[in-house]
Design a protein. Structure first.
Length: 449
């Protein structure tokens, strides 16, 4: 964990994680629940890991204000972006983070200078904040729907609320089935259509919990907490920014469900414009598939099933033809076998074959040749496929694994298997002829027992 933290700090766009290296005694008041603009006084400036009195053009750093509408990354919700503007200065905010009780605006000073004590106008990127709010409110509806469909054991284990998507981790011991996912989507979208107001109240923690507000296990809360209620569907403790009414979310669409740890599942989803664009893209993909199979959106599933079945039949027919080809060649190959001290030795290349066909040919050749050592090879898609076989009466002298391994080494590969049969591969088909010549040498000089 310490090594990972070190890598994260080293990879930060703005250098060291200042939340660990800088200590600030002040506190920033967050005014962003009521608006996206506001005036604040600079209480601290940070550059290159240290507090400074001013920032100059082109410098990357952090600006801390006594009051700001910028939401700092917290509770899974990403930090706001936007601009800070003075009389002659402009600071582009690329992220907003907490340093203790202070809120730091992370970014680049584009022009002018900023000094501690100066007043500055703050303006949040409104479109981005709105997209984040849609996704954040949707996570609350999703949490409630998960508990309805899967059970009350479901608890939030983590989340990411970004402008383009939401990610929600929760406790559950098995994959969520397609039918369950559909029911969850239906519940969330039904709540969106009911368009209940998203109401926020500040309450004492004990009072909020007694009223039934969901809280995160292990999370530290202050004595007074913000409670978000969306109609009678969802009620949770939350300090993030949200929609005014559920209907503002527009549309909710789950795009994936997966496992991330033992007993923890993850749902990723999109909302609003992102969900609409996802539907458009998916619909276009469906239309393209329908056109490629000469069907329509209505019968594309049937057309695809027919193609899959046809493909399977053709694959089976091709495999049968390959086996017949290898079997036919095996009859011709048997005459190529050399007699070395009473042992039939065959090392040959079989064109147009594959591993299964080679195995079938191997069985026929061993039955035909009797006491034998056989190696068959083919080249498929630029790769060498090798099989080796040793008849039962010779297993005290030869092992198929040793033989195929020696041949494979010549073609840039390796392999192994049973004493009577082994398989290998290689990446240098240009060496195959010379590699097969090794078999005769191996039989003439068998391993010592």
């Amino acid at each position: 964990m310490e090594a990972q933290r070190g890598r994260a700090r080293a990879a930060s766009k703005f250098g060291t994680d200042l939340r660990e290296s800088i200590k600030l005694s002040g506190k920033s008041d967050f005014s962003g629940y009521d608006g996206l603009t506001g005036t604040g006084k600079i209480t601290a400036l940070i550059f290159d890991g240290a507090s400074v009195n001013c920032l100059r053009p082109g410098q990357e750093g952090q600006v801390v204000l006594d009051r700001t509408p910028f939401y700092a990354e917290s509770g899974g919700q990403v930090g706001d972006t936007g601009t800070l503007a003075g009389s002659t200065a402009r600071f582009t905010v690329k992220d907003t983070r907490k340093i203790g009780a202070s809120i730091a605006h992370v970014g680049v000073l584009e022009l002018g200078e900023l000094s501690v004590g100066a007043d500055i106008q703050a303006e949040v990127d409104g479109d981005r904040r709105k997209s984040i709010a849609l996704n954040h409110s949707a996570t609350h509806l999703l949490h409630a729907a998960l508990r309805q469909v899967l059970g009350k054991h479901v608890q939030q284990k983590g989340s990411l609320i970004a402008p383009d998507r939401l990610r929600f981790d929760f406790s559950h011991t098995q994959p969520v089935s397609p039918d369950e996912l559909r029911r969850i989507e239906e519940l969330v979208n039904a709540a969106i259509r009911r368009n209940a107001p998203a109401e926020t109240r500040v309450m004492a923690l004990d009072e909020a919990v007694a009223a039934g507000a969901m809280s995160l296990f292990g999370e530290k809360y202050e004595s007074d907490v913000r409670v978000l209620s969306i109609g009678d569907f969802s009620m949770e403790l939350c300090g993030g920014t949200h929609v005014e009414r559920a209907g503002d979310i527009g549309l909710f669409k789950i795009i994936s469900e997966s496992g991330v740890a033992a007993g923890v599942r993850r749902v990723e989803a999109v909302t609003g414009q992102g969900a609409f664009e996802w539907v458009l893209r998916t619909d276009q993909v469906l239309r393209d598939i329908a056109a490629s199979v000469r069907g329509s959106r209505e019968d594309v599933d049937e057309k695809v099933r027919e193609l899959v079945e046809r493909s399977r039949r053709l694959e089976k027919e091709v495999q049968q033809l390959k086996s017949k080809l290898a079997s036919g060649q095996s009859g011709d190959l048997s005459v190529q076998a050399k007699d070395i001290g009473g042992i039939k030795v065959l090392a040959a290349q079989v064109d147009g074959s594959d591993a299964k066909a080679l195995r079938d040919a191997m069985d026929q050749l061993r039955n035909k040749l009797g006491s034998s050592v056989i190696v068959l090879a083919t080249v498929k898609e630029g790769k060498v496929v090798l099989v080796a076989g040793v008849s039962a009466d010779l297993l005290d002298r030869f092992r198929a694994g040793d033989i195929v391994g020696a041949v494979a080494a010549q073609v840039g590969g390796r392999g192994g298997g049973r004493a009577d049969f082994a398989q290998a591969g290689g990446t240098k088909p240009e060496n195959l002829v010379a590699a097969l010549a090794v078999v005769e040498t191996l039989v003439r000089s068998p391993r010592s027992n």
